[in-house]
Design a protein around this ligand. Structure first.
Ligand SMILES: [Zn+2]
Length: 256
């Protein structure tokens, strides 16, 4: 026999999305460490004097009491535990936070069970985006770690076509193949983006090193631009593919 799911539980949660719902309520998308990603209604959250669930700002962390109803989960109580104020006060930091949260939301599904590492990564990233010197680097670090966790770790140490180790030279990146293509195999790889040796070095650091080690790096701006461009191309393709597979599932369901 399987255990029935707990009807009510307390959990820390980071607010990923917040939409108006009806006259007075809000529909939240939450990331929790042990219950995955949850959509939940915060009743009365749009009323100014709502005390029970009033603090449901985006990208904040709160301790919540959640009740699973028949259809939707309901936030019964919410108490903010980390407001991450700089993300609200600084436009650039807020934009990076919005980007990281959206990326996590798009690359994960509601049923993902192993949400603990995702939750810790996001929480640590929001801290870094709030206080660290280099918010842009914190966003890059988040991208690489997230790709790892959701099963899209890019191949950065060997050529994805010939599988030989890479030489220290400028390379190419194939979003379709999910990794580096060397100059000798580039003709066989289809659509690619060029990446400098320095840009690749940064990507490898981001993939392998701790945040402390990455934050101490002195990276030439051109190398960062390179790494950013390649990651954006790769991530854009992953999201498109994901949307296509969601569409496909919907079509199949319609045929059933
Ligand atoms: Zn090759």
């Amino acid at each position: 026999m399987t255990e029935p799911r707990e009807r009510s539980f307390r959990t820390p949660a980071i607010i990923l999305k917040r939409r108006d719902f009806g006259e007075a309520d809000r529909l939240l998308t939450l990331l929790t460490p042990h219950h995955g990603k949850i959509d939940a209604i915060a009743k009365g959250a749009r009323k100014l004097n709502s005390t029970k669930t009033g603090h449901v700002e985006l990208y904040t962390r709160a301790d919540m009491l959640i009740h699973r109803g028949r259809d939707l989960a309901i936030v019964v109580q919410a108490e903010m535990t980390a407001p991450y104020l700089p993300l609200r006060e600084d436009l650039a930091r807020g934009a990076y936070a919005g980007y990281c949260v959206e990326l996590l939301d798009r690359l994960t599904a509601e049923g993902d069970v192993d949400s603990y590492r995702l939750y810790m990564l996001l929480d640590e990233t929001l801290v870094r985006l709030s206080i660290d010197q280099d918010a842009r680097m914190a966003a890059r670090y988040f991208e690489l770690k997230l790709l790892d966790m959701v099963g899209y770790r890019p191949e950065l140490s060997e050529c994805v076509v010939g599988h030989e180790p890479l030489l220290p030279e400028d390379q190419y990146f194939s979003a379709g193949e999910g990794g580096i293509v060397c100059p000798r195999h580039v003709a066989q790889a289809g659509s690619v983006m060029p990446i400098s040796m320095e840009g690749l070095k940064l990507l490898r650091h981001l993939q392998r090193s701790s945040w402390k080690a990455v934050a101490a790096l002195k990276v030439p701006p051109a190398a960062h631009d390179d790494a950013e461009r390649v990651l954006l191309g790769y991530i854009t393709l992953l999201i498109e593919r994901r949307l296509q597979s969601v569409d496909f599932i919907r079509q199949v369901r319609r045929l059933e």
